[in-house]
Design a protein around this ligand. Structure first.
Ligand code: HEM
Length: 504
């Protein structure tokens, strides 16, 4: 028996691996070679991974509609589209597209999926039917008052620590609005899901280190989610056990997980009829205790950063656009003086204020909250999109960054913040523009379950803050420091706050 030459063995093995790599790269590349896009993206996941890691995901994808057209190749197996009709068709309740494996990268529990990471439409739809009563507010009558309480805490914090009287030269204490918006949304979502807020606003602190953890890991999570082989390792059952948060952790998300688990356990011991909150509704409609724990924990991730960065950007553009700021202030004043706004304003009253609605939609449009892939998978028989045949198994996601800046959809001045665009068109055009903006929440069967809650928070918070205070940028040159890695991380949005002079 001859002895193998180690050098020869290595060369053969290396050639086999390199050959396999080249052949699979070529195979992947040629499947979608007819779709335009950045050349590197078609060959390697380095491009997609980098775009999420860089913090410039939004800026990179924003120009794709104008540069490449409505359908763009952004990865070896990934496409994105900025065409609203295509997004709606793919995500509609009857669509044969399941979610792509990208969603596996949002799992954090080794045994149980939250609704967000359920990729099979049948399993997902059954689960959504069970959770929708709680999320939509239909079975949670305390939803609006829970939000009101947290707005009161927010106003009280700003008044206690930051506000000056108008017309005085008292020292200014700069307020980081991006920070307090984050604390506010986390308190709100914990109050809604667990019945008691974490108390971040009271201590003006991210007491459980939630945002610190999420913001620190977001760039890496984005890369791991976008790169299939990394995703398969890290988000496998073993990977989650090893790297994911655990209720036994002493800091970070694990602590929050334990708190959530304990609170859910309480809901699964008493009489279900007495429960009128979101968790009670989940239990009533048949979620198991573990499912309820997973879903409740996921609400913190889904419902805090998204709403917080939307509030932040709406306030940023409003404060930075004097004409819009003044017009909105006038609307707030008129609503209060004519008795059209209770104290605090109700969600129903807020929906009747046209300029407030225009401000909210323009804020969601000018910088959509979700910048990640959100791909759905082309069914096995393939599909034709914008004249291109797309083979089965390809992931197609929305490019909201490009869609929301589309001049064809929103006018030639789509690059600037101008709420009036929703008011100066006829009713049907306005409704269509709003329908397109609402794609920032996804669509159809996969649409954001917390949309009602998010709208309630946005409506009430923006109105009440401008009723109570006047804001100006502390240092206009500094603006706000923002990075996009699937969602936004906003920092250092410093403003000076005074008591509103509206009613003096
Ligand atoms: C401005 C705020 C928000 C934005 C922009 C937003 C956006 C989104 C998007 C883009 C999706 C994924 C859609 C898809 O897969 O195609 C989603 C899903 C989801 N969101 Fe939100 N969201 C917001 C607030 C909230 C809040 C406050 C909650 C919780 C109370 C929440 C809970 C969820 C859940 C549970 C899902 C999964 C839905 C499903 O799988 O059917 N979101 N959201």
């Amino acid at each position: 028996m001859g002895i193998l030459d180690p050098g020869l063995t290595f060369t053969v093995l290396f050639s086999l691996v390199a050959g396999y790599f080249l052949a699979s790269t070529f195979y992947q590349w040629q499947r979608l070679r007819h779709i335009p896009g950045p050349p590197l993206a078609s060959l390697t996941y380095l491009w997609l991974g980098y775009s999420g890691w860089s913090g410039k995901q939004y800026e990179i994808h924003k120009v794709f509609g104008e540069k490449y057209g409505p359908l763009v190749r952004i990865g070896p197996n990934e496409l994105s589209t900025d065409d609203p009709e295509t997004v709606r068709r793919i995500s509609s309740a009857k669509s044969p597209y399941p979610r792509s494996k990208w969603y596996d990268g949002t799992r954090f529990h080794p045994e149980s999926d939250a609704m967000f990471s359920m990729i099979d439409p049948v399993i997902h739809d059954k689960y959504k039917a069970k959770t929708s009563h709680g999320y939509s507010g239909r079975e949670t009558p305390g939803l609006e008052s829970a939000i009101d309480e947290q707005i009161e805490n927010l106003i009280s914090l700003i008044r206690r620590k930051y506000v000056r009287k108008p017309g005085t030269s008292a020292r200014v204490r700069p307020l980081d609005l991006s920070n307090v918006m984050a604390l506010f949304t986390l308190d709100t979502i914990s109050r809604i899901s667990l019945g008691k807020e974490f108390g971040c606003l009271e201590r003006e602190k991210d007491i459980l280190g939630f945002f610190h953890t999420v913001d620190t890991f977001m760039p890496a999570m984005n890369v791991l989610g976008d790169v299939p082989w990394a995703r398969k390792i890290v988000f496998s059952t073993l990977g989650i056990r090893l790297f994911g948060p655990k209720p036994t952790d002493k800091t970070g998300l694990g602590v929050m997980m334990k708190l959530t688990n304990d609170e859910v356990r309480k809901r699964y011991t008493g009489d279900v009829k007495a429960l009128t909150d979101v968790l009670g509704s989940f239990r009533r409609h048949g979620l198991t205790e573990t499912e309820c724990q997973t879903e409740a924990f996921f609400m913190f991730v889904a419902g805090s950063e998204t709403t917080s960065n939307t509030l932040t950007i709406i306030l940023f553009y409003l404060i930075a656009t004097p004409a819009a700021y003044q017009r909105f202030k006038n609307e707030v004043k008129a609503a209060v003086e004519s008795g059209k706004a209770s104290n605090p304003i109700t969600a129903a009253e807020a929906r009747e204020l046209p300029y407030l609605q225009a401000v909210l939609y323009e804020g969601m449009r000018i910088r959509p909250s979700a910048t990640g892939s959100f791909g759905k998978e082309v069914p096995p028989e393939g599909d034709t999109i914008h004249g291109y045949f797309i083979p089965g198994g390809t992931a197609v996601g929305p490019n909201l960054s490009s869609m929301m800046r589309s001049k064809a959809l929103f006018g030639d001045d789509a690059d600037i913040f101008r709420p009036e665009r929703f008011l100066e068109v006829d009713e049907a055009t306005c409704a269509e523009m709003k329908r397109n903006v609402e794609l920032v929440f996804g669509y159809g069967r996969w649409m954001c379950a917390g949309k009602v809650i998010a709208f309630m928070e946005l409506n009430k918070t923006i109105f009440e803050l401008i009723r109570q205070f006047d804001f100006q940028l502390f240092d206009p040159k500094a603006g706000v420091n923002s990075c996009s890695h699937g969602s936004w991380v906003d920092k250092d949005f410093f403003i000076a706050a005074t008591e509103s002079d509206m009613f003096t």
